[in-house]
Write a protein that binds this ligand. Sequence first.
Ligand code: SF4
Length: 300
Amino acid sequence: MKIGLPRALEYHRSHRVWEAFFGGLGIDTVTSPETDACILKRGAELSVDESCLAAKIYMGHVDWLKGKCDMILAPRLDNFEAGEDVCVKFNALYDTAKAATGGPILGYNVDGKAGCSEQNAFIKMGKGLGLPRRRVAAALKTALCEDTLARRRLKENARQTFDTGSKPKVLIVGHTYNVYDKLIGAPIINYLSEAGIDVILASECGSDPRLAAKLARTLYWTYSKELVAATAEYKDRADGIVLITAFPCGPDSLTNELLLRKLKSLPVLNIIADEHTSGTGLETRLESFADVLQARLKIY
Ligand code: SF4
């Protein structure tokens, strides 16, 4: 059996667990390639216009995997517990992937409020594949350990980057699937790095989610809270902040507006990417932002 992993949305948060979990069970995986113009175009064709850019890209990756695997993994994520919700787009992934491919989709349901935790969901999925519970639980345990170690390393790297060197430091506040995406986040990160700026991703900071309350007390989207928590922890050590959003994102439109109001003492660049984002326009904005950072460092 070969399972397809669409390189979009939840992939960027969970791929280490998925790969180690299926690998531990002796199941092959195939991952769609980095997003390119063809994947985006196909995803946009398969999506409704109102869909956010990240969800359109997801559909393109699902479509790419059609015919290249036996099942495509598309979890249905609703919430991790009360007050820890996930954007509704994640709740619809299973159904949208099924509608796009018409083929067999492998899903797992995470609905903590209804008693289905992420771990239980993995066990149920493994058992659904006909594997014994003990073997599934062992594969999951190993996968989660590997993921915890990898997250710890990322967190340590982020801290070290803030602690060392004299380059300007920029905190990139954006969901993993936006900042890691080849078309959305990569050009921004590459530009800033080449301009001599240290880039730290809020999604890699591993900040205590409770810190989010310092900037926003009523947020209930778990992934947004992680980003706001990192912003709260590092805003006084960053020289600037870049917000990256996929148009038209509901949660980010609220969260980023709130951050823009709270971070008045810092240069903040708010980038909203859509299907038509121009590389030239983006470079002009990044160039100006980099100039502001350098000038600010000279003054302070
Ligand atoms: S949080 Fe925003 S970018 Fe992410 S899936 Fe939801 S609408 Fe799209």
